[in-house]
Design a protein around this ligand. Structure first.
Ligand SMILES: [Zn+2]
Length: 260
């Protein structure tokens, strides 16, 4: 009998451990830094100014404050549908339930293999479903081109130091349309500067997603994360610029598909 009791204790213990396997919280944002975080337009940076530092930290009178300026579309940020569709939601219009969602991770890093002309097409999305099952409803799809490591090195990230001749991976228009037509997604994120490939001058992906009132996340930090293909929650929190076309955005992923 003693043996079975010990087995019982072991099973109970293992069950408790399994139930308490908590989520790991992953930060999917690049940090902003004065004069370092460069934006879409060359030479434009996130900036801090009018820094006030008063008092004495040793006697409790310390006080500091500062101002910052940034384009809406800089660093890890959200594009509101209004960005490319006049009737689309502005940043402050997007329903809150679209900010707490299930995430899926389409990692094509190996297929991209550093090629700035890579284009994600419908086959890549179908392949993901063959391996991982159908995409879940009301989710945000994160496309990992293996580009995040280049963030901070403008020449590597955009393959250009000017506002022309940019080259980095993106989605094909057909893939964007497939994503919209699936009806599964409220948003899409990429770990590069834009959902459209760098060579695009007509931004079809932006237009297709915006018209469907889907938001986009750009410059998402997907490097070095242990993000699974599916089974994780996302908290997506853009700055609340009511009439914004977009804005800086904090993105947290909770593994184990739960918030604890
Ligand atoms: Zn943007």
């Amino acid at each position: 009998m003693r043996g079975s009791y010990e087995l019982y204790v072991l099973i109970v213990t293992l069950t408790l451990v399994a139930n308490h396997a908590g989520s790991v919280v992953l930060d999917l944002g690049h940090g902003y830094r004065h004069n370092v975080t460069s934006c879409w337009v060359p030479g434009v940076y996130f900036n801090v100014f009018d820094v006030v530092e008063n008092g004495d930290p040793d006697n409790g009178t310390w006080y500091t404050a500062e101002q910052f300026s940034t384009p809406e579309h800089c660093g890890t940020h959200m594009d509101a549908p209004y960005h490319f569709y006049k009737q689309g939601w502005k940043l402050g219009d997007i329903p809150l339930e679209r900010f707490v969602v299930e995430g899926v991770h389409v990692n094509v890093t190996h297929q991209v293999n550093g090629n700035p002309d890579f284009m994600l097409n419908v086959d890549h999305l179908r392949k993901w479903e063959q391996v991982n099952g159908a995409f879940p409803n009301k989710s945000v799809v994160l496309i990992n081109f293996g580009w995040s490591d280049k963030f901070g090195d403008r020449l590597e990230y955009y393959k250009s130091s000017t506002s022309s001749d940019r080259r980095f991976p993106g989605l094909s228009a057909e893939a964007a349309q497939w994503i919209v037509d699936s009806g599964k997604f409220v948003g899409l994120g990429v770990d590069g500067p834009s959902t459209d490939a760098g060579i695009s001058s007509t931004y079809p992906v932006h237009k297709i997603l915006s018209k469907a009132n889907m938001y986009s996340l750009e410059n998402v930090a997907l490097n070095g994360t242990s993000l699974p293909a599916r089974g994780f929650k996302l908290v997506v929190q853009p700055i609340k610029i009511l009439d914004g076309t977009g804005g800086p955005c904090r993105i947290l992923a909770f593994t184990e598909n739960k918030f604890e």
